[in-house]
Design a binder for this molecule. Structure first.
Ligand code: IPE
Ligand code: IPE
Ligand code: MG
Length: 255
């Protein structure tokens, strides 16, 4: 029977409750490696950028659904520190996507009480990309609903080296000594310092690797893989991932 999501702000959304998701135990932080846009396009005889464009529509769908389900943080891997290796036309297109996405979708994000954040070194992105992101962060900073966290020019090794440098500088200055360094302190120097660790990591397209994503933060997260390419991913796949997550036993090294 179709039900209304209890978390929906405008109470319009309905969906068939088929899986038996436990709405009281929705993972707080879901991270997604949105992969397979290029192959999706190639399979259709289209240029890779057509896959990225299609993938942007899926981001909208999944953000809506995550927000309706009561997910607190949705971290989306949008561009890695290694993705600069791609042809210029593809990089240029990927850098324009946040501008297009936020250009059309920001009013709805504001209306949905979503907070836009980023991880990664955004200072190296083109000016128009930085401007769109800065604007979205500012306009949503007072919201307290879903945190929509885009990983842009993000690389976990880069992030950790940056953290080590900051800590080493503090030791050099005598602010702390080496023996003060703890896991908590290290965590506090990462881009994700204010966020909970991901409960669930989803990767699409059949690849089963981290590709330099959140290496430290995913230490005890549950992983969920699907063969589906990102442009074909939809709400039902997202719910299946959450359902499978709810049927896992997280032991954290205990019994
Ligand atoms: C993911 O799709 C999007 C980005 C990495 C920006 P890909 O572009 O990696 O698509 P495939 O993996 O080549 O099919
Ligand atoms: C990871 O996908 C990066 C993003 C999804 C943004 P890639 O397609 O770049 O990863 P590899 O090259 O297959 O490991
Ligand atoms: Mg890929």
């Amino acid at each position: 029977m179709p039900i209304k999501f209890p978390f929906s702000k405008n109470k319009k959304e309905t969906i068939n409750r088929t899986l038996g998701l436990d709405y009281d135990h929705i993972p707080k932080h879901v991270a997604i490696i949105m992969d397979g846009n290029g192959r999706w396009a190639k399979n259709r005889g289209m240029p890779r950028i057509a896959g990225h464009k299609e993938g942007m529509g899926v981001v909208k769908k999944i953000v809506r659904h995550a927000s309706d389900l009561g997910v607190q943080i949705l971290t989306l891997y949008a561009f890695s520190t290694e993705n600069w290796k791609r042809p210029k036309n593809e990089v240029d297109f990927l850098m324009k996507l946040p501008v297009d996405f936020l250009g059309t979708y920001l009013p709805e994000l504001i209306d949905r009480n979503v907070q836009v954040q980023t991880i990664g070194d955004v200072s190296l992105l083109p000016a128009h990309t930085q401007k769109a992101i800065k604007d979205a962060i500012e306009k949503t900073s007072d919201n307290d609903g879903l945190i929509l966290n885009f990983a842009l020019n993000y690389g976990s090794r880069y992030e950790m080296v940056h953290a080590v440098k900051e800590i080493a500088e503090n030791v050099e200055k005598g602010v702390i000594s080496a023996s003060d360094v703890t896991e908590e302190m290290f965590t506090s120097h990462l881009y994700t310092s204010k966020l909970l660790e991901p409960d669930l990591l989803i990767r699409t397209s059949g690849e089963q690797r981290l590709s330099n994503f959140l290496l430290w933060q995913l230490a005890y997260s549950e992983f969920w893989f699907t063969e589906v390419f990102w442009p074909d991913f939809d709400e039902s796949h997202f719910e299946k991932a959450l359902y499978d997550y709810q049927n896992r036993k997280r032991r954290y090294g205990g019994i």
